[in-house]
Design a protein around this ligand. Structure first.
Ligand code: ZN
Length: 115
């Protein structure tokens, strides 16, 4: 099932397009750019693309360390390479995170009395 979207063709001027990916850490050797601690093997982490001496590379951070600002910059979970490869519960987790940014929490139903 594919919901919404459509293909986004990015015409990138001056390499301004940052690429993002999400995956389970393949080793415990990278460290998180937010908290400086290692991203433990198999922990969920976000990769932010950048250029290192002319070649594309990623900076990693724990999914739990990703700030709302970063989420807003990414804009949509569809921008995350590798999302489809995650376990379903983690995909949901990620999508929920995007759903919660830039929107006021919606109240479903009004409680007029308390238990
Ligand atoms: Zn971290």
């Amino acid at each position: 099932m594919r919901a919404g979207g459509g293909t986004v063709v990015v015409a990138a001027p001056r390499g301004a397009d940052t690429s993002y990916c999400i995956e389970y850490a393949k080793s415990g050797r990278s460290s998180c750019t937010e908290c400086s601690k290692a991203t433990a093997n198999k922990s969920l982490r976000l990769g932010v693309g950048y250029e290192y001496k002319g070649s594309p590379s990623y900076k990693w951070q724990h999914w739990t360390c990703v700030t709302d600002g970063t989420i807003a910059k990414i804009g949509s979970p569809d921008k995350l390479k590798g999302l489809d490869a995650l376990q379903r519960k983690d995909q949901e987790l990620v999508r929920q995170r995007f759903g919660g940014v830039g929107k006021a929490p919606r109240k479903t139903g009004v409680h007029t009395h308390f238990g």
